[in-house]
Ligand binder design. Structure first.
Ligand code: GLC
Ligand code: GLC
Length: 813
């Protein structure tokens, strides 16, 4: 194997990934912010900020897919004599004497050194505050006095990130700013309907500024050589229309060994309608002043940073494993949980692959993200469930996405994805098992956000199940609708028109016949959960009714969903099999293997074992399991987008990491620990990090949505990092099925499934008002708990009953 270049390494003690070469194979980013104010930041300080919604409240401008890549961000230019450099190397790209970027838990620290000066910037969003802090520390490490010219730089986005990129006839005339001392205010459209503005402040006197981009940069220059910086002279420009920016100019003199801190603040403010102005045309700055006053010294900033770190200490203290395998421990204890929080916050809206304008929060996506996150801040998961359910229609169908700012269903994409309803059960059950909070089921929740339409959340779960039952096809399997989990299996689309969206077009809706085995498996898994929940709350008739539907679905899968060696994937509009040995291409698909093995359909007849073996035989490759095999080599009109992708990419035989855990859970339920582990390690970032940094390209500390599959031009190349259901599924798989610590209504179920080589390990698990220290002795077994001893007393079965307080648990396999 070719030796791969390395660009960084893990620092587990600080929970950081340390990047030591700015020229990573792709920008390696991090996320700042936990609740309302968010930023994306790359290892060279590129990226942008927004308030709640990356489309409607974009604060700073960013250019996607630009040349050069990752263009725009928060830049500090340091002019030292004739040399101009940036601590993050970009945009000037002046070679640095030292460069380091440390991505940590909701913060990033970038340090550069040049000609005896060190510049280190700590970026973070303080808890409960609507701003990004940039604490810049300049240090003179040389033996002579240094006089430096420092320029800051941010470019404002005109709020709506979509129109910002297209409506130039308007945009070039609307831009407005105000300058007051060391603060530059961005107030475009504030005069009319907006009641919000942004500001960029520094806690030091400035000797100049710029707010007009062309004046600062020069029309024919770039961020790499802004004229004002090159000449060392700010223009004190005042933007009127065109492109407003914010740049401070500060002259700094540092004696040998001396260092100085500057606190830069990028803030966002909302005012009440009748308090918008302090004088005609002058924005009311009271709240901005107050926010600035909270963070105007190094001490205050350090305190806010310490609070953020404490939050992460607490969040990562809920589930902690010690196996002695660093690569596993760091993913479980740090990065997997961190990525789960990020995907929960952002759904699929804003990353370096998701532009923040295309998508809101997905119905299915959010329910899955929740499962990776619910143990950390259950009240936020609860709120999310209610928000999601509120976008459901009375018949159980749902909007596929909603906008986080308005919480309304997104009409552009609409509904009709027939797997969506089931996910609500998946999310809600996970929430109740974690918290024991059954009261959520009584919460009154509207349909389609219509006041007056409220029914209990339980009723939403019921119509969700019914939506599947009421939409069965000719083989009594679930109708797929526009698509199931696989957005690209568009069996009613029939499109030859490149201007049509595969997602929303149904050219054949009448008499729809296409059916999905993935939804069948999903229905059985969530149906069993629903039945158990009904019994738990005494709704026995409902439990019985749904058990019958589940049994009928199992029978339908066994009868018409089995291909001999694996589960079929679907039936198309004409009733032809998809994912069958009879097919020319794409004979086997992963999704139905995952869901039907998780549902254990036909386990007694050997179907599960055969299906899992087929995954190994046909889907597995060096970098994980591909989605289908063989790949489609031509476009198939009746299949839709799936066959539009070149071989090995995305849903056409890419390793769509999201669905690998489904098969891994299938393996775990079947007790095949060696196989489960080998599939898991193939897509575990820390294992990939060690071997394939250059090939993999994207961030080595998180999962990406897709890794190019075995049929691709470059197998192993990763794309679409960060925002992927993979995060939650990897977490769910390792925490509950491999390490085997599974929250349940009355306690914690312990049922690990491990490789034979596993040695003793300990999990510290906080659970409701209890804390368990669980030590597992695998004794070479892959599965099967022989004995559980709780606080010195043997327990019957595999559930340790919940009780308040600290407990010790010994588990022998
Ligand atoms: C993307 C979507 C997700 C979908 C998957 C497969 O990750 O966010 O909703 O299930 O692709 O198409
Ligand atoms: C495309 C992508 C798929 C994604 C969908 C949603 O179909 O291939 O992964 O889920 O778009 O926008």
């Amino acid at each position: 194997m070719e030796q791969q270049k390395r660009y960084g390494h893990f620092d587990d003690q600080h929970r950081e990934y340390v990047i030591t070469d700015p020229q990573t194979p792709w920008p390696w980013i991090n996320y700042l912010g936990n609740e309302d104010f968010f930023s994306l930041i790359s290892n060279t300080a590129g990226g942008y900020s927004f308030y709640k919604d990356a489309k409607f409240r974009r604060i700073t401008r960013y250019r996607y897919n630009n040349v050069p890549m990752d263009n725009g961000g928060r830049y500090f230019y340091i002019k030292d004599g004739d040399t101009v450099w940036n601590p993050g190397w970009k945009p000037c790209k002046t070679p640095l004497d030292f460069y380091e970027c440390r991505h940590g838990m909701s913060y990033t620290r970038i340090t550069g050194r040049k000609n005896g000066v060190e510049a280190s910037v700590l970026f973070f969003v303080p808890l409960k505050k609507w701003c990004e802090v940039q604490k810049l520390t300049l240090k003179n490490e040389s033996s002579e006095t240094k006089t430096l010219k420092l320029f800051s730089f941010e470019e404002w986005c005109l709020w709506n990130a979509a129109t910002d990129m297209e409506n130039f006839q308007r945009n070039f005339s609307t831009g407005e700013v105000e300058i007051e001392g060391s603060t530059i205010y961005h107030k475009t459209e504030y005069r009319e309907r907006r009641n919000h503005y942004a500001f960029y402040h520094v806690n030091a006197p400035i000797q100049g500024f710029d707010t007009d981009r062309e004046t600062f940069v020069g029309l024919y220059n770039s961020f790499a050589d802004p004229q004002a910086v090159i000449e060392g002279k700010p223009r004190n420009s005042h933007a009127h229309g065109w492109s407003p920016i914010a740049s401070h100019y500060i002259e700094v003199t540092l004696a040998p060994g001396e260092s100085k801190d500057f606190v830069f603040l990028l803030g966002y403010i909302e005012n009440e309608q009748d308090e918008k102005f302090e004088a005609p045309q002058v924005i009311n700055k009271k709240k901005a002043h107050a926010l600035i006053a909270e963070l105007d010294t190094t001490e205050k900033v350090d305190k806010a940073f310490a609070e953020l770190c404490q939050l992460w200490d607490a969040l990562l203290n809920i589930y902690k494993v010690k196996t002695g395998n660093d690569k596993l421990d760091r993913m479980v204890n740090i990065w997997n949980q961190y990525q789960c929080m990020v995907t929960f916050n952002f759904s699929r809206s804003a990353s370096f692959f998701e532009s923040g304008v295309g998508r809101g929060m997905g119905f299915r996506d959010s329910n899955q993200d929740l499962v990776g996150f619910v143990h950390q801040i259950p009240p936020r998961a609860r709120q999310r469930i209610i928000d999601i359910a509120s976008t459901q229609f009375p018949d159980g169908g749902c909007y596929h996405q909603y906008q986080p700012l308005t919480k309304r269903g997104n009409n552009d994409i609409g509904g009709g994805f027939n797997d969506d309803p089931c996910w609500l059960i998946f999310g809600t059950v996970a929430y109740i098992k974690e918290t024991g909070d059954f009261s959520i089921l009584d919460e009154m929740v509207p349909f389609d956000n219509q006041p007056g339409s409220e029914v209990t959340l339980f009723e939403h779960l019921k119509v969700s199940m019914d939506h599947v039952i009421k939409n069965l096809g000719p083989h009594l399997l679930p109708l797929i609708g526009r698509a199931d989990w696989n957005d690209c299996l568009n069996l009613n689309c029939f499109s030859w028109d490149p201007n049509e969206s595969f997602q929303t077009t149904e050219n054949v809706s009448e008499g729809t016949k296409a059916e999905s085995l993935m939804i069948a498996g999903l229905f059985v898994v969530t149906g069993k959960d629903y039945v158990a929940l009904c019994k738990k709350i005494g709704k026995n008739d409902e439990a019985e009714r749904m058990q019958k539907a589940v049994d009928a679905m199992i029978a339908a899968v066994k009868k018409d969903g089995w291909d001999g060696e694996w589960y079929l994937r679907a039936y198309d509009f004409y009733g032809n099999k998809i994912g069958s040995n009879e097919c020319e291409e794409a004979k086997i698909f992963i999704e139905s293997q995952g869901w039907c093995t998780m549902a254990e359909i036909g386990a007694e007849d050997g179907m599960v074992a055969k299906s899992l073996d087929s995954c190994k035989k046909y889907l597995e490759c060096e970098h994980g399991m591909v989605l289908n095999n063989p790949a489609f080599t031509k476009y198939i009109y009746e299949y839709g987008e799936i066959s539009s992708y070149p071989e090995g990419y995305k849903e056409n035989a890419g390793i769509f990491c999201h669905n690998n855990p489904w098969v891994i859970i299938g393996e775990c339920l079947a007790g095949r620990g060696n196989d489960a582990w080998s599939h898991y390690a193939k897509i575990l970032p820390s294992y990939v990090e060690e071997k394939y940094q250059t090939l993999h390209k994207v961030e080595p500390y998180v999962n990406c949505q897709m890794v190019a599959g075995k049929d691709a031009f470059k197998p192993g190349e990763g794309k679409n990092s960060w925002l992927t259901g993979t995060a939650a599924w990897m977490w769910y798989t390792v925490s509950e099925f491999i390490l085997g610590i599974k929250p349940d209504y009355d306690g914690i179920r312990i049922d690990p499934c491990l490789p034979e080589t596993a040695t003793d390990y300990t999990v510290n698990r906080k659970f409701r008002e209890a804390e368990y220290e669980i030590t597992i002795h695998p004794n070479g077994a892959q599965k099967g708990v022989k004995q559980i001893v709780l606080d010195g007393k043997p327990v019957d079965g595999t559930v340790i009953p919940y009780s308040v307080g600290k407990h010790t648990v010994e588990v022998t396999m």
